[in-house]
Design a protein. Structure first.
Length: 402
């Protein structure tokens, strides 16, 4: 319970923006904690879960104080719905992190494939005050170029900096969360800490053929779960029923996939003879449950649009002003991107924008790859920085003749 004396006034927009950023960060960190069996990252997730509880309390108080009329109360109810869904996402992320805290590990085949096909490695380091990185901005260091690692978050005492910009200064004692290429991890770690890094992962054998059948399901659930969150916020930002319906379809698909995963896990359980052998199977079941909770929560956000609920303007402002923004850009005829693949122009590395989905006519392409070719008339849904948004727009605009 949060004491009354702990409440200080904050705008609902600022609180909602922080809840969005924090919940999305927690999902990323929770999966990384489980994949890499990292107790420290799991502890950070649980630390953020406590922060989300406090934020939910604050936004409830703010909305109660702001709703003086019936129409205002109706608009503010949408904010409370999104805040509640964001907190549910954080709770599910916390459940995933607790698996890592309790020593539950996924089968190594699943870990290897997820690392290879889904997410880049994520690491956490405390910056040594004597490090050559201390006292410099991210723009000066060019870590992505020099090490292949990108700093995605910084914890400075109790303050979090999400998606830091080029002018963000690194200070000794900062806790850095970075994602990137596996071969760049030891270089980054040594630069930040002054110590050598052993990135070899502990492996364990689970001689169960049925787990191979659950591999594709686990990876697809993870990808769809992350996609549903991004699309849900996009649906609210653009008040798009089309995008909201896609979130609904993902939620229904996740239900079916969870049942399939449960079946194969139970089949695999017939062949184990000890609790230690059972732990990876239990981890899979909990991961499936938490992933479905997250997709359900994403649908709660998108369902506001499907129910045609009136939205307070601060909702779109909060999403637009979050550390990681969501945008949609139309590819124009004659633009540099027209008829080219995302990989040819290195869209993500050149702009810093991650393409969530591509809409072509009435069809959607989810999680497009580098080989995905785009054409004029395609609508790109992307997330990233404001500077990256400008670069992406320029790449999608028709080139002017001389």
């Amino acid at each position: 319970m949060i004491a009354e004396s702990s409440y200080t006034p904050h705008t609902a927009k600022d609180i909602l923006r922080e809840m969005k950023d924090t919940s999305e960060m927690m999902v990323d960190l929770a999966y990384s904690a489980l994949l890499f069996n990292n107790r420290e990252i799991a502890e950070e997730v649980l630390h953020l879960e406590e922060r989300m509880d406090e934020l939910l309390h604050r936004i409830r108080v703010s909305c109660i104080l702001a709703g003086r009329r019936v129409d205002e109360a109706q608009e503010l109810s949408g904010i409370l719905s999104i805040a509640g869904a964001a907190e549910n996402i954080s709770n599910a992320a916390g459940d995933i992190a607790k698996l890592a805290m309790r020593g539950y590990k996924l089968p190594k085949e699943i870990v290897r494939t997820i690392i290879k096909e889904a997410e880049e490695p994520l690491t956490k380091v405390r910056l040594n005050p004597e490090s050559p990185l201390a006292g410099k901005t991210l723009g000066e260091l060019k870590l992505a170029t020099e090490t292949g690692m990108t700093v995605i978050a910084i914890r400075r005492d109790e303050e979090w900096i999400f998606n830091p910009e080029k002018d963000t200064l690194l200070l000794g004692g900062d806790v850095l969360f970075a994602r990137g290429l596996e071969e760049g991890l030891p270089v980054f770690f040594e630069l930040a800490t002054g110590r050598k890094c052993d990135i070899k992962q502990k492996e364990f054998e689970i001689p169960i053929d049925d787990l191979d059948r659950s591999l594709d399901i686990v990876i697809e659930m993870k990808n769809l779960m992350e996609l549903s969150v991004g699309l849900a916020y996009s649906a609210v930002l653009f008040y798009s029923e089309d995008i909201a319906n896609e979130v609904k379809l993902i939620e229904e698909q996740m239900d079916d996939m969870r049942y399939s995963l449960h079946y194969w896990v139970l089949e695999a359980a017939k062949h184990v003879s000890s609790f230690e052998e059972m732990k990876p199977l239990l981890a899979l079941l909990e991961l499936a449950h938490s992933s479905e909770v997250i997709s359900d929560s994403a649908f709660e956000i998108a369902d506001i649009v499907l129910k045609k609920q009136r939205l307070h303007p601060i909702l779109s402002h909060a999403i637009r002003e979050s550390e990681e923004i969501i945008t949609r850009v139309m590819v124009e005829e004659g633009s540099p991107l027209d008829g080219r693949t995302l990989g040819e122009l290195k869209v993500e590395s050149e702009t810093g924008m991650f393409i969530i989905a591509v809409r072509r006519g009435d069809k959607w392409i989810y999680n497009p790859r580098a080989s995905t070719r785009v054409f004029s008339g395609d609508l790109l849904i992307a997330r990233g920085t404001r500077m990256g948004e400008e670069l992406l727009m320029k790449m999608c605009m028709a080139e002017k003749g001389e």
